[in-house]
Design a protein around this ligand. Structure first.
Ligand SMILES: [Zn+2]
Length: 332
């Protein structure tokens, strides 16, 4: 048993309380490799932002859970070396699929876990989430639950159709489970293809697809039921069209990739939404930079020459999100 506190990590409790009060949201960035982690840490140190490092099932399979945990420990030391005296870094399990997965992460030093029982019947979701909370709280690890179903594909998580969170269920769920934050479904979606062209309208000026707006009425109804309770949005990449264009310009083939407009996320961040998950946007930034570097210098074969620009590009993206979308800068 390794407690996250000995690794210099923090849980989400105080961080979320401040974010809800202050009208901003904490970035939750997924990571799978060193360049991505360096970019996240540099961006959060440079902007003085707390940050959540998220590990998905896909990341655990790809990079190994043990290695990722040591990387997070290294991230704390790296942030200090970069001049941040008191980094606030959370190591969070994204979409925990069972009690055993959550327990295994808690036992090896994660400071926060998500248990995703959103696909289960309501009472089973309550029972599973409660079981994880009871275990996690013994070690002061915070737990995110989920109500409602997001559409889209994210690693192993996928659903054909979305179901908005029912505001009438949230108080009962939070009270019975004791969870510390709640992921809700109000129209965000996993992946880079969040909406079909049929769901979108076309911007007459640019010819780009415009997605349907988020259900702010559902968010407001949830906030009314749970005043001040930390709310989480998954699937909140914006799918920057410049990156999609760069990828396609250099041989990629992304057709009709659409994300959530940043103005809407900015609006959500000012409410009780205090954690916003962003994964696809950094994948796009990385892929665009790698494709460009390889295309422009075809004789190059040193991975540092294309992963370096990819890292710079991701750092720029993370800083933009922190400062212009989430508002979590200057909080350390
Ligand atoms: Zn998710």
């Amino acid at each position: 048993m390794i407690n996250y506190k000995t690794l210099g990590l923090v849980n989400t409790r105080e961080m979320f309380a401040k974010a809800v009060k202050g009208g901003y949201a904490i970035p939750a960035f997924n990571f799978n490799n060193m360049e991505q982690l360096q970019a996240i840490i540099k961006a959060s140190v440079d902007t003085k932002s707390p940050v959540i490092l998220q590990v998905s099932k896909g990341a655990r399979d790809y990079a190994n859970q043990t290695l990722l945990r040591y990387m997070a420990e290294g991230a704390v030391a790296y942030a200090k070396e970069l001049g941040c005296e008191k980094p606030e870094i959370v190591l969070h399990l994204d979409h925990g699929d069972s009690f055993e997965t959550c327990k295994s992460c808690i036992d090896m030093g994660f400071s926060s876990v998500m248990i995703d029982g959103s696909h289960l019947p309501y009472e089973e979701n309550v029972a599973l989430t409660k079981k994880v909370v009871e275990y996690a709280h013994q070690f002061d690890v915070t737990v995110e639950g989920e109500l409602g179903v997001l559409a889209g594909v994210e690693d192993e998580v996928s659903a054909e159709e979305s179901h908005y969170t029912k505001p009438e269920e949230v108080v009962d769920f939070v009270t019975k489970t004791g969870c510390d934050s709640l992921a809700i479904s109000i129209g965000t979606s996993h992946g880079a293809y969040k909406f079909t062209p049929e769901q979108c309208t076309v911007d007459p000026e640019t010819g780009r697809l415009l997605p349907p707006p988020l259900a702010f009425d559902v968010l407001a109804a949830i906030e009314e039921q749970l005043p001040g309770f930390p709310i989480v949005l998954h699937g909140s990449s914006s799918v920057p069209q410049e990156d999609v264009d760069t990828i396609n310009q250099y041989g990629g083939k992304l057709v009709a990739a659409v994300g959530i407009p940043e103005e809407q996320l900015r609006q959500a961040a000012k409410s009780a939404v205090c954690k916003i998950n962003i994964d696809s946007d950094s994948r796009l930034a990385m892929t665009a930079a790698v494709r460009k570097a390889l295309a422009e210098k075809p004789s190059e074969f040193d991975p540092r020459k294309y992963l370096g620009p990819a890292r710079d590009s991701m750092q720029k993206l993370y800083m933009h999100k922190i400062v212009n979308v989430l508002g979590s800068n200057d909080k350390l």
